[in-house]
Design a protein around this ligand. Structure first.
Ligand code: C5P
Length: 239
């Protein structure tokens, strides 16, 4: 029994698909990918607000999508040059108290990627409850490939023991005050090169995240082949 809101970073350029449209705006069955992701959260009754963070070039497109598909829990804000900057901008929307249409500050904030449309309510419950109890929680998956470190000349430096490591996926959940404080304190280097919100919570607030194994459908639509996979799942599920 606590308030939960969502920040959905969608400010990336989607270079890896090799398409001109960022992948979150690619359309399947007349609906852009990001709209499926938003829908997955809007269907969850206990989620109050969804802050969608987009790049300046996609602002008008995003506002049109929100109107066209009637996404009435959504507030759209501008992103930054890196993922962490975009997420921090998203969190700041909850700080704009008193402003017209400002979303109310939640107890727990869930951060998810716009390009992971198949997140389900039962998993969101697990993340939100663990975040409330522990301060931070994140989805993980077993590694598919072994991770190796390379030398600058392109030779093998060392390899990691695969069973000891996990891929960090999304969603992640945080007590709002913890992740906001972490972003207030983190360094320029974190903003520029960091990719892990759970790490910021640990480094700046001493909050150790609880890790929960998620289903394979949490995967991030990254490459062109993923667009085909996403399309066939959408067609099959008839969402
Ligand atoms: O680049 P990557 O695949 O890690 O991006 C994950 C998510 O972060 C995507 O939803 C992307 O749109 C978002 N992102 C962002 N602002 C950036 C870069 C990425 O919101 N500057």
């Amino acid at each position: 029994d606590f308030t939960v809101a969502v920040v959905l970073p969608a400010g990336g350029s989607g270079e890896r698909t090799g398409l001109s449209t960022p992948k979150q705006f690619c359309t399947f069955l007349n609906r852009p990918l990001i709209s499926y992701t938003i829908q997955a959260f809007e269907r969850v009754g206990w989620i109050e607000h969804i802050v969608v963070v987009v790049a300046k070039d996609n602002l008008d497109l995003m506002v049109t999508i929100v109107q066209q598909f009637g996404h009435n829990k959504v507030k759209v804000v501008l992103g930054g040059s890196t993922r962490h900057r975009s997420i921090f901008n998203g969190l700041k929307a909850f700080e704009a108290t008193g402003e017209e249409c400002a979303p109310t500050k939640p107890k727990v904030v869930i951060i998810h990627d716009a390009v992971r449309p198949f997140v389900e309510e039962d998993f969101l419950v697990k993340i939100a409850v663990a975040a409330k109890e522990q301060g931070a929680a994140g989805a993980v998956r077993p590694l598919v490939s072994t991770v190796i470190a390379t030398t600058s000349e392109g030779y093998l430096d060392h390899s990691l023991e695969r069973s000891k490591y996990r891929a960090s996926e999304m969603p992640q959940g945080f007590l709002y005050d913890i992740i906001y404080q972490a972003y207030l304190q983190c360094s320029e280097a974190d903003f520029e090169f960091g990719t892990e919100c759970l790490h910021l919570a640990l480094q700046y607030c001493g909050t150790n995240a609880r890790l929960i194994e998620g289903p394979p459908t949490l995967w991030k639509v990254t490459y062109k082949r993923d667009l085909f996979a996403a399309e066939s799942i959408i067609k099959e599920s008839g969402t």
